[in-house]
Design a protein around this ligand. Structure first.
Ligand SMILES: *[C@@H]1O[C@H](CO)[C@@H](O)[C@H](O)[C@H]1NC(C)=O
Ligand SMILES: *[C@@H]1O[C@H](CO)[C@@H](O)[C@H](O)[C@H]1NC(C)=O
Ligand SMILES: *[C@@H]1O[C@H](CO)[C@@H](O)[C@H](O)[C@H]1NC(C)=O
Length: 977
């Protein structure tokens, strides 16, 4: 029995043991492997060299098995460390408010790379991406990590020359040095040793010295992805003897400086290429019609500016193409007919971007067969004819952009079938006809609808409930009225609504004000909308109700409001209810335009509450009193317009705190005292100074001459005395024909812009200058008590277009060099005491369209030129000793009367033509600031067109976009920076 018992025990024991052993092997697989002491020490030393502000390596500590440390991976048999995954785990996302990303920044590792890393003999994976090594060079010794197969240094902030020792990493399959802007390579010979390399990304590394880049890349037989975007590459050979890189699948050479015709070999690389990106270079010439890649899925040649010719039909035969972008180039001719289509393209194409070219002809019907197409961008071309109704068949379409073309006809009802459509932009065409409910029948996903600048008439039933919830609607100059469109009442997702000049002639419904609390941008400007706004509280960021019949007292503003434009309405009462709110209430208000209303009373002393105010226009109201000293607290102010009111007294000294002022218009008041000398000392950015028709007295302070950016100086109709300061030639903006680079005259804000306008008396009459104001250079000192001579320095103001010194007491001669003022279009010296002969050089003033020298004491013969004789005799009258044509007084008996005395009425025509001629280059240069940024951000291009929707004319968009030489110039500059 005992025996039995002991056997039983042994059996039980064995059974137990086997179960336990079985369990053990079940639970932990192989016997537990731990990392070696040596490698653990190496990692600890490596950690010591690092700075780790977020302490994400806290597990790298103590006696623990280092294979369990965060970011460390080991071989599961030997326990050797094989991988270090130390890329920043926090992903970057811009904080909307601070523009920073604190968590991301904090979790960056920094410091040094300790050579102890070399102890990790089996390391094959090293990821240090998105850290911040502060510009140190990539350590040479990384080249000794012979087992390395994966090295990711993406945006790890290494700098300096890439060490050639990396060429020893002969097992490397994956290498990314992307985005380390301070890295450069002088040659890439070392790369050719990486014979296993499959993936290489050196985007944003400076490779402009690496002229051998292509030869080297061509020796890498396994390379399948090559990313060399923004690498300052400028040479690409026209031919490549033998192509070894037959495995290439992805080739990204975008944003480089290639400035040559498209090399043919690129289009015959191999059959496996799927992705070819050559966008944003300076490539020229035509796309070769013969292409070798049958599998291509992605082709981007956009933003080169000069790729030209027709769109080769071979492109339409790439059956696997999913994305085709040819935008911002010079493609001409028609998009093409369907005749040569293989019939397969429609199967795969998802995005087609042909925008910003010179394409003409009709939008082809066959596009309607592209059933997979989601994005169709044809904007900014010269396409004409109707929108084909076949587009209604594109059942996957989400984005349809046909803006800035010459499309005409009506909007096809079939568009109402595009049930996936989210964004529709057809602005700036010549579309007409009626838009009804049918056009939107199935558009339940529509979010963006922009139809501005057409002649479309929107006619829907007053009880219509649209199937969509719009976020943005732009209907500038479409007819939405006369009734206020009631269907928008149910649009609860709107953030932008633009009914500028939309033919609405109605009372504003009360519900509209409730709706606006969600809408960030509202424009109802230029309609005939009635309504009382006294008790309304505006919640939107931007409100433009200009040019309507709104009446009542000023409304309340929430702190959200940044732009309030109520000019040209019937708003009455004092300013104080709007302005004199608690501190912070208006802290975001930047643009306040209340001009041309019926506001009355004095200016309140509450300006200290508007710290952000940059533009204030109270012109043409019934305001009176002194300009309060608290206005000096508007330290952000760039534009101050108080013209055409009844303000009197001296300007407060405190205004000199407004040092950013660029635009001052205080004309047509009763302001008195001296013109403050601080204007030249403090407000040195001043571009427009208009004090016309006040009671200013004293001298013109010579400090005015410090205003080198001045475009317009209008001091006419005051009581100024003394001499004209000779230093006026220091106003360099009037002396050189450069374009004004400060954007004082046009202010862009989210979703729109504010254009300054100014009444100027030019050529003897008042004209309103708006968009062309930035090209004007005008000086008007007329109707004062100025005396002395006209300083000869004035003749160096060669950019000045309008000069008026009439009705003063000036004497002496016209400066001899007046002919140097070659831009003069209008010159008025009448009603002074000037004498002597009219200088011969005046005959150089070939743009002169208006001249008045009447009522002086000029003598002698009027110099002969086509210009001077074309003016009427009246312009010379009152100078008894003057003779010659066009006066009927002959200078000598034998001289025949020459010229004619009649003035052509085409004067006005030529004025306008000249202005537009001279403004094109100016505009382009000035506009460049905005445009340049956009060029570099592909994704912004479309946003930019939407932003242009507001008022900028079609002509600007097309001409600017197509001036590729400018683009080139700019890009070069950017690269050099
Ligand atoms: C050990 O690693 C190898 C290769 O890395 C892998 O295939 C295997 O599944 C791993 N074994 C265990 C038990 O994790
Ligand atoms: C390299 O690192 C970057 C940044 O962390 C990451 O986006 C990228 O996917 C990595 N590359 C690979 C192939 O893992
Ligand atoms: C292409 O590859 C072959 C074979 O691998 C090699 O002999 C030749 O030198 C390579 N050509 C170039 C241009 O690298």
């Amino acid at each position: 029995m005992i025996m039995d018992k002991s056997i039983e025990v042994v059996v039980l024991f064995l059974w137990f043991f086997s179960i336990a052993a079985f369990n053990f092997s079940l639970c932990s697989g192989d016997p537990k492997v731990v990392c070696t002491q040596r490698e653990r020490q190496a990692l600890l030393s490596f950690k010591k060299g690092l700075k780790d502000p977020s302490n994400r390596l806290s597990s790298w500590d103590g006696e623990e098995d280092c294979c369990t440390w965060i970011g460390v991976s080991c071989n599961n048999i030997t326990g050797n460390v094989v991988g270090l995954h130390l890329g920043n785990p926090i992903s970057y996302s811009d904080d909307e408010i601070t523009g920073e990303n604190e968590a991301y920044e904090r979790s960056k590792l920094a410091g040094d790379i300790n050579p102890s890393l070399l102890e990790l003999k089996h390391l094959n994976y090293l990821d240090l991406s998105l850290n911040d090594f502060g510009g140190i060079t990539i350590p040479d010794f990384l080249g000794f990590l012979r087992g390395l197969r994966y090295l990711n240094l993406t945006e790890a902030q290494f700098g300096g020359r890439i060490p050639h020792q990396l060429g020893n990493l002969s097992s490397l399959r994956y290498l990314s040095l992307k985005g380390d802007y301070n890295l450069y390579a002088d040659d890439l010979g070392w790369l050719s040793h990486l014979s296993s390399l499959e993936y290489l990304d050196m985007s944003s590394v400076d490779l402009h010295k690496a002229v051998d880049w292509l030869q080297v890349v061509n020796t890498l037989p396994s390379l399948s992805e090559l990313h060399l975007s923004s690498s300052s590459l400028d040479n690409i050979p026209p031919s490549l003897g033998y192509v070894n890189s037959t495995s290439l699948v992805v080739l990204d050479l975008s944003f480089n400086l290639f400035n040559c015709t498209i090399p043919n070999w690129l289009f015959n690389l191999n059959n496996s290429l799927l992705h070819l990106d050559l966008s944003d270079n300076f490539l020229q010439g035509q796309i070769p019609n013969a292409m070798n890649f049958k599998s291509l899925q992605f082709l981007d040649l956009s933003g080169n500016g000069n790729i030209e010719g027709r769109i080769p039909s071979s492109l339409w035969n790439l059956c696997n193409l999913r994305v085709l972008s040819l935008s911002v180039n010079n493609f001409r001719g028609e998009i093409g007919s369907a005749r040569n289509l293989s019939g397969c393209i429609g199967k795969s194409l998802e995005s087609l971007d042909l925008s910003s070219n010179q394409l003409t002809g009709h939008i082809p019907n066959w596009l309607g067969q592209l059933k997979s197409l989601k994005h169709l961008y044809l904007g900014v071309n010269s396409l004409y004819g109707p929108i084909p109704s076949s587009l209604g068949n594109m059942s996957s379409l989400t984005h349809l952009y046909l803006h800035h073309n010459e499309l005409n006809g009506t909007l096809p009802e079939s568009l109402g079938l595009l049930s996936e459509l989210e964004e529709l932009d057809i602005q700036s065409n010549s579309l007409g006809g009626i838009v009804t409910e049918t056009h939107f029948a199935k558009l339940s996903k529509l979010k963006v609808m922009v139809m501005s600048w057409n002649s479309l008439v929107f006619k829907v039933n007053s009880v219509w409930i649209p199937p969509f919830q719009l976020e943005k609607i732009g209907m500038i100059s479409c007819i939405m009225g006369p009734k206020f469109p009631s269907w928008i009442r149910k649009q609860k997702s709107l953030y932008s609504l633009n009914f500028f000049r939309a033919g609405i002639s109605d009372t504003i419904p009360i519900w509209f004000w409730n709706l606006t609390s969600h809408i960030s941008y509202i424009s109802l400007a230029d309609n005939q909308i009635h309504g009382e706004i006294s008790n309304i509280r505006f919640e939107s960021k931007i409100v433009d109700l200009s040019s309507n019949y709104f009446k009542g007292r000023l409304p309340c503003l929430s702190p959200n409001v940044t732009v309030l434009r109520l000019s040209r309405n019937l708003i009455s009462g004092p300013l104080s209810p709007l302005l004199c709110k608690k501190i912070d209430e208006h802290k975001n208000l930047q643009i306040l335009d209340l001009s041309e209303n019926l506001l009355s009373g004095e200016l309140p002393q509450c300006w200290m509450y508007l710290q952000s105010l940059s533009l204030l226009n109270l012109g043409s109201n019934n305001l009176f009193g002194k300009v309060p000293s608290s206005m000096g607290s508007l330290i952000s102010l760039t534009s101050l317009q108080l013209h055409n009111n009844n303000f009197f007294g001296d300007l407060p000294m405190s205004l000199q705190n407004c040092t950013y002022l660029e635009f001052i218009n205080l004309g047509e008041n009763k302001l008195s005292g001296n013109i403050p000398s601080w204007m030249g000392e403090k407000t040195t950015n001043l571009g427009v100074l208009r004090l016309r028709s006040n009671e200013f007295s004293g001298n013109i302070p010579p400090q005015i001459c410090h205003l080198t950016s001045l475009l317009v100086l209008d001091l006419a109709n005051n009581r100024l005395s003394g001499a004209i300061p000779p230093c006026l030639n220091n106003i360099s903006m009037m002396a050189t024909r450069r374009s004004s680079d400060n954007d004082l005259l046009i202010r862009f804000y989210d979703f729109g812009h504010y254009e300054e306008n100014l009444i100027l008396v030019t050529k003897g009459r008042e004209s309103e200058y708006k968009s062309i104001l930035r090209f004007v250079r005008s000086m008007d000192l007329s109707n004062n008590n100025l005396s002395g001579v006209i300083p000869s320095e004035i003749s160096s103001l060669s950019a000045l277009s309008f000069l008026n010194l009439s009705q003063n007491h000036l004497n002496g001669k016209i400066p001899e060099n007046i002919g140097g003022m070659t831009s003069l279009e209008s010159l008025d010296f009448s009603r002074n005491h000037l004498s002597g002969e009219i200088p011969q050089s005046m005959s150089n003033l070939t743009f002169l369209a208006h001249l008045d020298l009447s009522y002086n004491n000029f003598s002698g013969k009027i110099p002969f030129s086509t210009q001077l004789q074309s003016f009427s005799a009246l312009n010379y009258i009152g100078n008894p000793e003057l003779c010659g044509a066009p006066l009927l007084i002959n200078c000598t008996r034998n001289e025949e009367s020459e010229g004619n005395t009649s003035v052509g009425d085409d004067e006005e025509e030529s004025e306008i033509t000249w202005f537009y001629l001279s403004m094109v280059p100016g505009f382009v240069v000035g506009f460049w600031g905005v445009f340049s940024v956009l060029l570099f951000k592909k994704n912004w291009r479309y946003a930019y067109f939407q932003f242009l929707e507001d008022k900028i004319e079609h002509i600007y968009v097309t001409s600017v976009l197509k001036l590729s030489w400018l683009k080139r110039k700019l890009k070069k500059n950017q690269v050099n920076e």
